[in-house]
Structures are given as structure tokens and as C-alpha cells.
Design a protein around this ligand. Structure first.
Ligand SMILES: *[C@@H]1O[C@H](CO)[C@@H](O)[C@H](O)[C@H]1NC(C)=O
Ligand SMILES: *[C@@H]1O[C@H](CO)[C@@H](O)[C@H](O)[C@H]1NC(C)=O
Ligand SMILES: *[C@@H]1O[C@H](CO)[C@@H](O)[C@H](O)[C@H]1NC(C)=O
Ligand SMILES: *[C@@H]1O[C@H](CO)[C@@H](O)[C@H](O)[C@H]1NC(C)=O
Ligand SMILES: *[C@@H]1O[C@H](CO)[C@@H](O)[C@H](O)[C@H]1NC(C)=O
Ligand SMILES: *[C@@H]1O[C@H](CO)[C@@H](O)[C@H](O)[C@H]1NC(C)=O
Ligand SMILES: *[C@@H]1O[C@H](CO)[C@@H](O)[C@H](O)[C@H]1NC(C)=O
Length: 304
């Protein structure tokens, strides 16, 4: 039930986001549309979405022939762009791109230059030659970015006529997907990049959330936790439990005796709810988790 409600609220908010095409080439459809959630991770509190990349292209004599700027806003829900997973990335040899949030309280730029047809292989990470990356701050809810150039690509036009800029999940970005010869595609074929959005259940503190038990999202054997983004709360299973912390009975006991390999130094593991014990074999004593010692039991006999 909880997960169902959670999914509903998640899917609705990103749908309010839109992309806008500026200076569209005649004949190309405006790409206004929704952000499509591709993957929702309940445990990590993330949504992966695909966004069109921004680009700008020039012809051999340095006239701009094509241009697309990206702009999107996450809805008013508890969603932010992940600062740990995403990087702003610029590809090109005479290319700079800048980004701001919708309110223009944040801005940054990245410049990518090269003088030859650099081979963009995964072993040659984005280093400023043909590719530039920079981080974004915590807590961003909107971003716009567009491209420009220093010399209209006139010095690099033999091998590079278009620049691209996009926010991208560092885990899914592969630089080999971005050869300098790439030209934009349009409509359903347009190049996209995966962006990671972080969500929280509600923008409340754990105390506030627990105060209203009928709205509190964490199930049994789970607890309220704070995500790295530092706003709002999420749930996680307590130590010794695993599963979906947003379901009423979603966190189930882990049988450490089966899951861990020989958790006890001597083979006398006993699973208990949320934990496990190690009993010492007959003739030994101590805490079996750290090791049993051989010894005799001293019996004190009251003198008579
Ligand atoms: C969704 O994300 C999870 C965790 O990041 C990953 O293991 C899984 O392969 C992804 N699924 C798809 C369809 O991309
Ligand atoms: C580049 O575009 C400009 C303006 O559209 C045009 O005048 C010029 O002839 C074009 N150059 C080439 C090499 O196509
Ligand atoms: C969460 O609430 C704080 C303070 O009420 C606000 O500044 C912040 O923008 C909110 N964050 C989100 C993601 O809505
Ligand atoms: C962007 O900011 C402007 C003014 O700062 C505001 O009027 C507009 O509603 C904002 N757009 C979105 C989608 O939040
Ligand atoms: C640049 O190099 C790529 C391979 O890295 C190659 O596919 C492409 O044709 C080259 N471009 C030119 C103009 O030589
Ligand atoms: C507690 O949560 C429920 C369900 O969301 C809501 O209807 C109710 O108004 C909340 N109560 C308080 C005191 O905020
Ligand atoms: C649950 O979380 C609260 C606040 O984050 C913490 O104070 C408390 O010790 C946690 N309880 C358990 C059982 O982990």
C-alpha cells in the first residue's frame, strides 16, 4: 500500500517538468514534454529520468546552423537533482556551456577545447580535451543550460562541428558514446542523457513525521533516516533486517547463520530476530562471536 502511494506521488511530480526548445530548426517539432521516469529505486530513494541533451552546430564558415537549449524544473514535490550522482558534461572542441537554476541564484560553466580529433575512449576520462565536466550543488530543483563557442568552430571544423551539453549520471555516462563527429538527431531519435533525481517521502524531520503515525511511511523494524541531501526523510530497515522499509511488514529478519558465511568462529550459530548468537560448544566458554575459550568451570562449594 505504502509503495503504491509513494509511486503515485513520484510519478506525478516529475510529469510536471517540461523541456523547452529554443531557436528550433524549421521543420523540427517542439520537444515540449514530460520527464519520463525510467527507473525508480525505492531503497536508494532515486529516480532515473532521460532528458534531451543541449547542442549547437556550426557550418564550415562559422554560421550557427542548429541550436537547442535544455530547461527543466522538477515539480513542487520532495525532489532534487542528485549532486553526488550527476555531473554537468560538455563535449566539443570549441565549446562552452553554462547552466543556471530557474531562479538564477546558481550558475556555472564548463569549457572544452581540442585541436585534433581526440579519440574519446572510456580509458581516457573527461579531462578538458574534447570533454569537460563539473559538479552541481546539493538541492537543485531546476536547471537550464545552453552552449556557445569561442571561434565558431572555424579552427576545428575538419573534425568537429557540433557541441553537446547535458547533466548525466556518472554511473551511466560512457565517453565513448560521444565521438566528436556526432551530429544531433531529432524527435524520437534525439540524444538523451540519464539524470538521477533524489526523492524523500516528505520534506519533514523524523520527529515531525513520527508525530503523525497515520502519515508516517516507515513500517515495522524500519526507522526514519535522513538522506545525504539533507532535506526530508526516508526509511531504512533496522540492522539485522532487510526488505522494503515502506511496507508495513516489509523488513524481514535476516537469517545471519545462512546469509553470512560461518559468522561464528565455532559452528554453533543461532538466529534470533534482528541478530544472531554464537553458542560455545560444551567445555568452552565466552562470547562465541569473538571466540570461545577452553576452560573449566570453577565450582565454588560452600564450606561446611
Ligand atoms: C534500476 O536501478 C537499479 C539500482 O540502481 C539497477 O540495479 C537496475 O539495473 C536498474 N534497472 C534498469 C531497468 O535500468
Ligand atoms: C553557412 O551558413 C551561412 C548562413 O546560412 C551561409 O551563408 C554559408 O554559405 C554557409 N556555409 C557553408 C560552407 O555552407
Ligand atoms: C524542504 O523544506 C525546507 C524548509 O521548509 C525548504 O527550504 C526546502 O526548499 C524544502 N525542500 C524541498 C526539496 O522541497
Ligand atoms: C522560474 O522562475 C520564474 C521567476 O523567477 C517563475 O515565474 C517561474 O514560475 C519559474 N518556473 C518554474 C517552472 O518554476
Ligand atoms: C575522428 O575519430 C573517430 C574515431 O575516434 C572517427 O570515427 C572519425 O571518423 C574521425 N573524424 C575525422 C574527421 O577524421
Ligand atoms: C496526519 O496524516 C493524515 C494523512 O496524511 C492527515 O489526513 C492528517 O491531517 C494528519 N494529521 C495531522 C495532525 O497533521
Ligand atoms: C531511529 O531513528 C532516530 C532518529 O533518526 C534515532 O534517534 C533512533 O535511535 C533510531 N532507532 C533505532 C531503533 O534505530
Amino acid at each position: 500500500m505504502w509503495v503504491f502511494l509513494l509511486m503515485m506521488s513520484l510519478l506525478l511530480y516529475p510529469a510536471a517538468a517540461s523541456t523547452a526548445r529554443t531557436d528550433a530548426k524549421p521543420g523540427c517539432q517542439d520537444k515540449s514534454g514530460n520527464i519520463h521516469a525510467r527507473n525508480i529505486s525505492v531503497l536508494e530513494g532515486t529516480i532515473t529520468a532521460s532528458l534531451y541533451t543541449a547542442f549547437a552546430c556550426y557550418n564550415k564558415t562559422g554560421s550557427r546552423t542548429d541550436n537547442y537549449a535544455q530547461s527543466f524544473t522538477l515539480g513542487s514535490g520532495p525532489f532534487t537533482l542528485s549532486d553526488t550522482r550527476n555531473a554537468f558534461t560538455v563535449i566539443g572542441c570549441d565549446t562552452y556551456a553554462w547552466m543556471t537554476n530557474n531562479e538564477s541564484t546558481y550558475g556555472a560553466a564548463c569549457l572544452s577545447l581540442c585541436t585534433e580529433n581526440v579519440s574519446m575512449s572510456d580509458g581516457n576520462p573527461c579531462s578538458g580535451s574534447g570533454c569537460c565536466q563539473t559538479s552541481i550543488p546539493k538541492g537543485l530543483k531546476s536547471l537550464k543550460y545552453s552552449l556557445s563557442t569561442l571561434n565558431e568552430y572555424t579552427d576545428v571544423s575538419d573534425f568537429n562541428l557540433c557541441g553537446f551539453a547535458f547533466l548525466v549520471d556518472k554511473n551511466s555516462f560512457q565517453i565513448s558514446d560521444w565521438p566528436l563527429s556526432r551530429k544531433p538527431k531529432y524527435d524520437n531519435d534525439a540524444y538523451t542523457a540519464d539524470v538521477v533525481i533524489e526523492w524523500v517521502v516528505e520534506n519533514k524531520t523524523c520527529e515531525q513525521a513520527k508525530a503523525n503515525q497515520s502519515a508516517y511511511a516507515c513500517g515495522a523494524n524500519a526507522n526514519c533516516t535522513y538522506p545525504e541531501i539533507g532535506q526530508g526523510y526516508r526509511c531504512s530497515c533496522n540492522e539485522g533486517f532487510e526488505g522494503n522499509p515502506y511496507l508495513r511488514e516489509g523488513c524481514q529478519d535476516i537469517d545471519e547463520c545462512k546469509v553470512l558465511k560461518n559468522p561464528c568462529k565455532e559452528d554453533t550459530c543461532e538466529n534470533v530476530i534482528g541478530d544472531y548468537n554464537c553458542r560455545c560448544p560444551r567445555g568452552k566458554y565466552g562470547d562465541g562471536k569473538t571466540g570461545c575459550q577452553r576452560g573449566s568451570i570453577i565450582t565454588i562449594i560452600a564450606g561446611n
